[in-house]
Ligand binder design. Sequence first.
Ligand code: CTP
Length: 414
Amino acid sequence: MSSRFRLYLDQHGSFVMLRGKKILLGITGSIAAYKSAVLTRLFIKEGAEVKVIMTPCAKDFITPLTLSTLSKNPVHSEFYRAADGAWNNHVELGLWADIMVIAPASANTIAKMATGLCDNLLLAAYLSARCPVYVAPAMDVDMLKHPATKGNITKLKSFRNAIITPDTGELASGLYGEGRMAEPEAIVAFVSGELKKKAPLNGKTVLVTAGPTYEAIDPVRFIGNHSSGKMGFAIAQELARQGAEVVLISGPTLQTTGNTSIRLIHVTSAKEMLDECLRFFPSSDIAVMSAAVSDYTPLVTSRQKIKKKGDDLTIQLKPTIDILAELGRKKKVKQVLVGFALETNNELENAREKLKKKKLDFIVLNSLKDKGAGFKGDTNKITIIDKNNKTTKFELKDKKEVAQDIVKKIIDFI
Ligand code: CTP
């Protein structure tokens, strides 16, 4: 990833918004069309699915082969395919898209869009699209300044199309001024930023805990558990994808986020996790405690490695503070608190008791009796119980899909 792209993403904090989005990329006849190859690549890298439509003139500037290779999809250009006469359904393309991006948008295409002309596939798809449309103009300085173009752009804005302001600089004509298509990185950041604004959890801060805790016995040994952190990290990613700013406090794990909307804080022990949770909870709207926190910690941690003596060894343990219960006590009316319950028997009964005792809004139950549920694996099987005792059972799913179910429940709840 280029440092410029990283900078944009850091500023916009919107790394995951394009994941899974269907993007219809319209390319028109402009020298800036060469940048559309990079733009396609960035969209794909962001996890989006891209279909490209080119105007006939765009093909003079960049080949369909480049774009079909980068987008991993056939490029559309004509109303029908010459080879077999099959119709390129512009209505289907328009309705398929979650977002339409026209980059570069030439003065000619902008004028046609403003007046509803429809003499190529790109314009037909534009008129058929019901999704948000983003337009990145590219033209010479005087063309952009012309009242006709200005009027057309104003008209597009009145259609609620978003205009991605062109850059100022040296132009293909040799003139200097405004008209260069925004850089692909800026377009990705712009679109991501707009999506983030519309996302259901935009403006919300969520505290998430994940992974195990390690309680030191001596400098080389600890009491821990098998938690991999996968569930908590998947929840954090999904929350960020829905627009939230996430503070993820994690015990030792191999998981990574690579997501600028997630602030990852590493801790080791239950006490460290408690301290970080107490630091961030007051400014959080929602907290999801999925960590497998150790319930006990050694009464004394030996400063030196405990030597083998041959006799039995007894380590005295003391209880740790229940972080979730502590947050339940501090919780303000508007804050949403979600806990987990990992059970092996009397699952529903135990989970309901935890929900009540820890003052939760809902609890996510997983039972180790269910095959494929719980620690380590990539799947989980959950039941969500809310404070009104509404109980929803879910099938065994990939942890990423389980995270979607949990986050959807949070969104419905708030
Ligand atoms: N939890 C916590 N702090 C602890 C122990 C647990 O925040 N010291 C949280 C976990 O993150 C989880 C919930 O409490 O969200 C339930 O954890 P679980 O281990 O299922 O239950 P416990 O309350 O520890 O009770 P038990 O081990 O007796 O089942």
